[in-house]
Design a binder for this molecule. Structure first.
Ligand SMILES: NC(=O)c1ccc[n+]([C@@H]2O[C@H](COP(=O)([O-])OP(=O)(O)OC[C@H]3O[C@@H](n4cnc5c(N)ncnc54)[C@H](O)[C@@H]3O)[C@@H](O)[C@H]2O)c1
Length: 418
């Protein structure tokens, strides 16, 4: 069986340095790795992962291998693989099938390669691995004991499978852990999305009208960071509570149709389809910049953009200029794929430290657990709390402890107004 396939093996030395750099900023995952080295909780198991192939994912792969696992890995987006990291992982013995800039066929070919290793545990980001297992590769399903899912969009798909009675094995929704979404989705996506927009365009954020599609965990991070850089931020939403929160946090809130003619930069992160479409593109200013940070490249209708355009050219990496029939130019970043991973490097290591500690500990939990019914599970609370404690410790932050009197007070009802 083919051991690995990457774009360029000679990139490995740079990849090793990148992984080392990430590892320095991932103290929690390193503690898990050191314990795994001694205890080998994943001994004899094959783990099949479909994750963005970044330097941080490499540290997760090292951790899983330290725990005794064989790891097969493919990318979870055609544009997010860091080729130097992929080359280094191949040298480290990971069965990796990934390269940046894949066609859809190549992308699914890599998923098939990972499934050829017959994983006992799956680690997914967006549920494409799980989707393939439950459609084209059902013969492999009996080998699988359980899995984990990294992101909001993947969890939505898994819950739909659960509801339809189609899910065939248990999966832990890592995204639901506090130590994941409060930090990764908010601060990680916030910082790295701005980073992606800047690397693709180098425009000044300050003074621009910056429209953020959604006010969920990712989009609030983006809105917060864009505001911090001096942009006038507009938020669009479909849920009244989220819209209210955005309004009370000081953002202008309006429908996309009203934001379209005002915005200079548009970024979606909703997990929804066609959030920016023809009716909005019709109204946008000449020179507007459009990007997406949600999981799939469906949030901006590229079909509509193509239909409205007479010409298209690449101005610089990850920046495409579309000339519309009326002469206006709209600029699409990173083909509408997640801009933070395609045009920048994805989340900083410090947040992936917690997300991937959750992945590693949940994989261990799955490996050790007795057979669980095929449902979507929450991350066990003690895993979430352990990660928060370890992270605080690594940051040198101390907190108070409840006194005996406080514990008693909080557990009883008798004492009221005094
Ligand atoms: N770029 C990254 O690295 C990264 C990281 C984590 C998650 N994600 C992805 O980002 C997306 C959002 O994740 P999240 O955790 O913020 O989800 P979330 O559920 O917290 O937020 C999504 C928000 O979008 C709103 N929304 C839905 N449809 C809308 C529409 N048509 N117009 C305006 N608002 C709309 C929802 O009401 C919700 O408030 C998902 O696809 C997720 O998988 C990306």
């Amino acid at each position: 069986m083919e051991e690995f396939q990457v774009k360029d093996k000679s990139l490995a030395p740079q990849g090793h340095l990148q992984i080392e750099w990430a590892s320095t900023h991932m103290p929690v995952l390193n503690q898990v790795k050191n314990r795994f080295k001694k205890e080998k909780p994943l001994k004899g198991l094959t783990l099949g992962a479909c994750l963005h192939v970044t330097k941080e994912t490499a540290v997760l792969a090292e951790t899983l291998m330290a725990g005794g696992a064989k790891v097969a890995l493919c990318g979870s987006n055609p544009l997010s693989t860091q080729d130097d990291v992929a080359a280094a992982l191949a040298e480290k013995g990971v069965h990796i099938f990934a390269k940046r800039g894949q066609t859809t066929e190549e992308y699914y070919w890599c998923i098939d390669k990972v499934l050829d290793y017959k994983p006992a545990i799956t680690l997914d980001d967006g549920a494409d691995l799980v989707g393939t297992l439950h459609s084209k590769r059902t013969k492999e399903l009996p080998n699988v004991k359980g899995g984990t899912e990294e992101t909001t969009t993947g969890v939505i798909r898994l819950r739909a499978m659960e509801k339809a009675g189609s899910l065939k094995y248990p999966i832990i929704a890592v995204n639901g852990a506090y130590t994941k979404y409060l930090f990764d989705n908010r601060y990680g996506t916030g910082q790295s999305t701005i980073d992606g927009v800047i690397r693709a365009t180098n425009v000044l954020i300050s003074g621009k009208t910056f429209v953020v599609g959604g006010y969920g965990w990712c989009s609030r991070g983006i809105a917060m960071r864009a505001q911090g850089m001096g942009a006038n931020v507009i938020v669009t939403e479909v849920k009244p509570l989220k819209a209210l929160e955005a309004a009370m946090n000081g953002f202008r809130v309006m429908p996309m149709s009203e934001a379209a003619p005002i915005g200079d930069i548009f970024v979606t992160a909703t997990g929804d389809i066609n959030v920016i479409r023809k009716e909005h593109m019709h109204k946008m200013k000449d020179g507007a910049i459009i990007a997406n940070s949600g999981h799939f490249n469906v949030e901006i209708s590229i079909k509509d953009l193509e239909e409205l355009s007479t010409a298209k050219r690449t101005i610089r990496p990850n920046l495409e200029e579309y000339t519309l029939k009326d002469g206006r130019k709209l600029h699409l970043l990173a083909e509408g794929r997640l801009v933070n991973l395609s045009a920048a490097e994805g989340h900083p290591s410090e947040v992936m430290d917690m997300s991937f500690a959750n992945q590693a500990l949940c994989a261990e939990y799955m490996a050790k657990s007795a057979k669980m019914p095929p449902k979507v599970y929450s991350v066990p609370r003690d895993i979430d709390e352990t990660i928060a404690e370890l992270k605080l410790k690594s940051m040198g932050v101390k907190i108070d402890e409840l006194t005996e009197e406080q514990k008693k007070y909080l557990a009883t009802w008798e004492m009221g107004t005094t």
